[in-house]
Ligand binder design. Structure first.
Ligand code: PEP
Length: 251
């Protein structure tokens, strides 16, 4: 049985005081529960603050990005080893905002995945189609491409450190979530493709999160789908009560 995994992507929001308050509130309410794996992904400058706030709890720290090199003259970038050094266990790669605003390609995202794994980080690999791609009837082809390109060079053993996050772009930050049936269809397809690529046992163990306007009122129906193993939460992760209600829905 796969454990549910709820991660909060704080994007470029909060300040130091808010980051501390938010992380502390989540730890106080859910820091010791064992049913759901929780990760918080604050902006880079607040990783240390959140690391301190979650210390000793079961809540994990994640980062929103990395640069795929050990070190070097890459002004403004952050290496996977640096993230591990400040306590990160997870890192998000392939988010649609990075694909859209920073022109990140699937091969670059694949390099990030390998670099993160080599540094001992677990990866949350985001994939998903745009509204036009869905309306034109080829969302599965897009998801399949993101998935297979993102997993180049990944074997079944390495997959154990990867969570796939299915995030239809049209549902991110729009308030328009996929229906539970749409999410299940996509997740089932992803698991089926992973089974073809890396074998059924690896696919059966794979955690597949849904992301896209997950809120307290839709979380339970999404998370009750057989292939929906958790959620990557943006907007609602910035309010402790909303995030905790989503965690509760996954319990
Ligand atoms: C996200 O940023 O990954 C996301 C799913 O955002 P939201 O929950 O706000 O749609």
């Amino acid at each position: 049985m796969r454990q549910k995994f709820i991660a909060g992507n704080w994007k470029m929001f909060t300040n130091a005081a808010e980051a501390e308050r938010l992380a502390t509130a989540i730890v106080l309410a859910a820091g010791n529960q064992t049913k759901v794996q929780i990760a918080l992904c604050p902006p880079f400058p607040y990783l240390g603050i959140v690391a301190k706030a979650i210390q000793g709890s079961r809540v994990a720290l994640g980062a929103q990005n990395l640069y795929p090199a050990k070190e070097g003259a890459f002004t403004g970038e952050v290496s996977p080893a640096m993230l591990a050094d400040v306590g990160c266990r997870f890192v998000i790669v392939g988010h649609s905002e990075r694909r859209q605003y920073f022109s990140e390609s699937d091969s670059f995202i694949n390099r990030k995945t390998h670099a993160a794994l080599a540094a001992g980080l677990k990866v949350i690999l985001c994939i998903g189609e745009t509204l036009k791609e869905r309306e034109d009837g080829y969302f599965k082809q897009v998801v399949d491409f993101h998935l297979s390109a993102g997993l180049v060079g990944i074997d079944a053993a390495k997959l154990a450190d990867i969570t796939i996050s299915y995030e239809p772009v049209w549902a991110i930050g729009t308030g328009k979530n996929a229906t539970p049936e749409q999410a299940q269809e996509a997740h089932q397809f992803i698991r089926h493709r992973v089974a073809q690529l890396l074998g059924q046992p690896a696919a059966d163990k794979l955690t597949i999160q849904y992301g896209g306007s997950v809120k307290p009122d839709n979380a339970a129906s999404l998370l009750s789908q057989p292939d929906v193993d958790g959620a990557l939460v943006g907007g609602a992760s910035l309010k402790a009560d909303q995030f905790l209600a989503i965690v509760q829905a996954g319990s």
